[in-house]
Write a protein that binds this ligand. Structure first.
Ligand code: SF4
Ligand code: MG
Length: 340
């Protein structure tokens, strides 16, 4: 399938201001620092990593909710970063976002009807009242809410229902791509599966493409076709969900996976226990070379510290940014203790 979205060397750097008038740039937060990836039409791309690794900023940068510093965003063949005014508005209608906490992203004083109609208005789609209302009812029905929800306010709903409203708000504009930033992490575990199932149903009914951002690998495991792992602003591994979970190649991915319980006895047996030493380094002053070298149990002298590994394909479709992925997989390099 052709890619719907292609990011080429995307960078989002935030200036750190200082001085009396905060007009002097004293450094940068390298939140996203050169990410290339593509998402095929109709697929679900899961983006995972610790909080602070840049995954949310990548999602916002893709939609230009924050302005990228450099790189290309190609959406359906068009370079989004070159679009202005009306053309950007049209592109944005096709790319919608769902946020983590449905309460904080919904205005408590607005009824569901006015929340949903706001988006239609912003895109000049609310000219006919009867037609708009029909559209809202249809959308609510699609997310499993009755049309009586239109007259209610966000606080009258449960967390799971509020996330359904968040999904409806994205859906009402008829997008092709939905970026979902931690869509279920504020919800009870029992509700998480319902929302994930709803997203899957909507995808197959409407041919949607998803970028799902999560810190929890378990959340994206079943819904994602492809999974990308981010560390300190860079993509360190990318593979089909099956391949990634069967055989993670990057030491950071191995560590992430050894931190989550896997309800699969076969996988459990082979899992290495890797404890990450130290905290996530600051994205204002990232380590040289491989950004993971300060915490990597397999780091080798000089090369890991001096040379930033490129994301490269090892076996078909499995990409990793580690100089020694093959040696580690074959057991030719042994893990060592890392001084925190
Ligand atoms: Fe570890 Fe070196 Fe691979 Fe980075 S390049 S993950 S430091 S072994
Ligand atoms: Mg985040």
């Amino acid at each position: 399938k052709t890619p719907l979205v292609e990011l080429r060397d995307l960078k989002v750097h935030f200036p750190i201001k200082s001085g009396v008038l905060f007009d002097r740039t004293v450094g940068y937060v390298y939140a996203v620092d050169g990410v290339s990836l593509s998402i095929r039409a109709g697929e679900t791309y899961g983006l995972v990593g610790e909080s602070g690794c840049g995954k949310s900023t990548l999602g916002r940068g893709l939609l230009r909710l924050v302005e990228p510093t450099d790189g290309e965003i190609v959406f359906d063949g068009t370079d989004v970063r070159s679009l202005k005014g009306e053309a950007m508005r049209l592109a944005r209608r096709r790319m919608q976002m769902i946020f983590q906490d449905p309460l904080s992203s919904l205005d408590p004083r607005q009824s569901v009807q006015s929340l949903l109609i706001e988006g239609l208005k912003a895109h000049g789609l609310a000219n006919d009242r009867a037609d708009s209302l029909r559209r809202l009812r249809e959308t609510l029905d699609a997310v499993g809410l009755p049309s009586s929800a239109l007259r209610k306010y966000p606080h009258e709903f449960s967390g799971g229902q509020r996330q359904r409203i968040g999904i409806a708000r994205a859906l009402v504009l008829g997008p092709d791509l939905i970026v979902a930033d931690e869509p279920v992490s504020a919800l009870d575990v029992s509700i998480q599966a319902q929302v994930i199932n709803l997203l899957e149903d909507l995808q197959s009914e409407r041919g949607l493409t998803y970028l799902i951002i999560a810190h929890d690998l378990a959340v994206v495991r079943h819904i994602a076709d492809t999974v990308g792992v981010m560390y300190l602003g860079g993509l360190v591994e990318e593979a089909s969900s099956d391949d990634l979970y069967r055989e993670p190649l990057h030491p950071y991915t191995k560590a992430l996976m050894s931190a989550v319980p896997v309800p699969d006895p076969v996988v459990e047996d082979r899992r290495e226990r890797i404890l990450l030493a130290g905290d996530l380094p600051s994205p204002t002053n990232p380590p040289s070379g491989c950004r993971f070298h300060t915490r990597c149990p397999w780091a080798q002298p000089t090369r890991c510290r001096d040379e930033r590994p490129a994301l490269r394909e090892t076996v078909s479709g499995h990409k990793v940014a580690c100089h020694f992925a093959e040696e580690i997989a074959a057991g030719r390099i042994r893990a060592h203790e890392v001084e925190p």
